[in-house]
Design a protein. Structure first.
Length: 298
C-alpha cells in the first residue's frame, strides 16, 4: 500500500462538503479531472471507496464518516502547523458545526451561543440554519438540534424535551381572516398536515417555509397560524387563540451521526448544549408563563 498523500485530503474534504466533483473543483480552483484523480488516489491508498456515486452527486458512505472526521482533524493540525511556522502561536481548534431549524437558531441557540462558545474553546462554533434536514452522512454538520418524531437510523442522540405548537393570531385583530399555511420543508410538519387535511384550501390565504417568518406575517395580518410556542409566546403582538386545531407536540433531539458517536469532542459539545438548554425547556415546551414578553405581557 502506498503512503498517504496528505494533500489528497483537501480534495476528499471538498467533495464531502459540496457533494459533487464539479463544485469541489470550483472551490479548490482546479479542473474536474484533477479532483477525480486525487479522489482515486486517496481511495486506492486507503484501501477502498469513500463515496457512493449516483445521479445526485457524491454521497459519503456511512461507514466512512469516521474517516472524514479524522481527515478534518488532520487538516486542521496541518493548518495549525503552518500557522506556527509563520509565527502565529494562537491556538486554533476545530470548527464544530451545529445544524438546526430557524426557530431554534434565532432563539435558544443564539441565546446560549456565548456560554457554549466559551465551554468549547479552543474549538469554534458554526451554526447551519436550515428547516430541511441536512445530510449528516456528508458531514455538512457535526451535531443537530432537531424536532422529529423519531431520529433517522443514521443518527443517534438524546431527547431533550417536546416542542409544543399552538394557534396564534394578532392580539388586536378585529375578525379572523383565514389561515397562514406552511410550504417547503415545513410541509411535512404535523401542523401543515393537519391544515391540509382539515382546512378548506380557500381559507389558506398565504404560506411560508419558515415559522419565524409566519410569526411576523401573522403579527401584520388578521390571519391565524400554527406556531411553535417558543416563537408565539415570545412575540409581543401575538396571543394564543382557541381553535379546532389540536396542540401538537414534537420531540426535540440533540444528535450526531451514529458512526461519530464515539467522538469525545462531539459528546462534549452535545453535553454542553443539553446543559445550557435546560433553562429554556419550559419555553420550548410551551409553558407560557415562563416566557418573558418583549412588552405588554399577558
Amino acid at each position: 500500500m502506498h503512503k498517504l498523500n496528505w494533500d489528497d485530503l483537501r480534495y476528499v474534504l471538498a467533495v464531502a462538503d459540496t457533494g459533487s466533483v464539479n463544485a469541489a473543483a470550483k472551490v479548490l480552483g482546479v479542473n474536474h479531472a484533477t479532483v477525480l484523480r486525487r479522489i482515486a488516489s486517496f481511495e486506492e491508498t486507503c484501501g477502498g471507496p469513500v463515496f457512493e456515486r449516483d445521479r445526485s452527486g457524491y454521497r459519503l458512505r456511512p461507514s466512512r464518516a469516521p474517516v472524514i472526521e479524522a481527515a478534518r482533524l488532520a487538516a486542521q493540525h496541518v493548518s495549525a502547523a503552518e500557522a506556527l511556522m509563520q509565527g502565529n502561536t494562537n491556538q486554533v481548534g476545530k470548527m464544530l458545526r451545529i445544524t438546526s431549524t430557524d426557530t431554534f437558531c434565532q432563539t435558544v441557540l443564539a441565546w446560549i451561543y456565548p456560554a457554549l462558545a466559551r465551554r468549547m474553546l479552543p474549538d469554534r462554533l458554526g451554526y447551519l440554519c436550515s428547516n430541511a434536514h441536512l445530510d449528516m452522512a456528508r458531514l455538512h454538520a457535526d451535531v443537530a438540534l432537531r424536532p422529529a418524531m423519531v431520529l433517522p437510523d443514521d443518527l443517534i442522540g438524546r431527547k431533550l424535551t417536546e416542542m409544543r405548537f399552538s394557534v396564534y393570531a394578532k392580539a388586536n385583530r378585529r375578525e379572523a381572516q383565514g389561515w397562514l399555511g406552511m410550504s417547503g420543508a415545513l410541509e411535512r410538519s404535523g401542523p401543515a398536515q393537519w391544515l391540509s387535511r382539515e382546512i378548506n384550501p380557500s381559507e389558506i390565504v398565504g404560506n411560508a417555509d419558515s415559522f419565524c417568518l409566519l410569526a411576523q406575517m401573522t403579527a401584520k395580518s388578521n390571519a391565524q397560524t400554527i406556531l411553535p410556542c417558543l416563537l408565539g409566546d415570545a412575540a409581543p403582538d401575538l396571543v394564543r387563540v382557541e381553535s379546532v386545531a389540536p396542540d401538537f407536540h414534537v420531540p426535540v433531539w440533540v444528535a450526531c451521526h451514529r458512526d461519530l458517536a464515539g467522538s469525545e469532542r462531539l459528546q462534549r459539545l452535545m453535553d454542553a448544549m443539553e446543559k445550557l438548554l435546560q433553562p429554556h425547556i419550559p419555553a420550548i415546551a410551551g409553558e407560557a408563563l415562563s416566557v418573558p414578553k418583549a412588552s405588554g405581557g399577558r
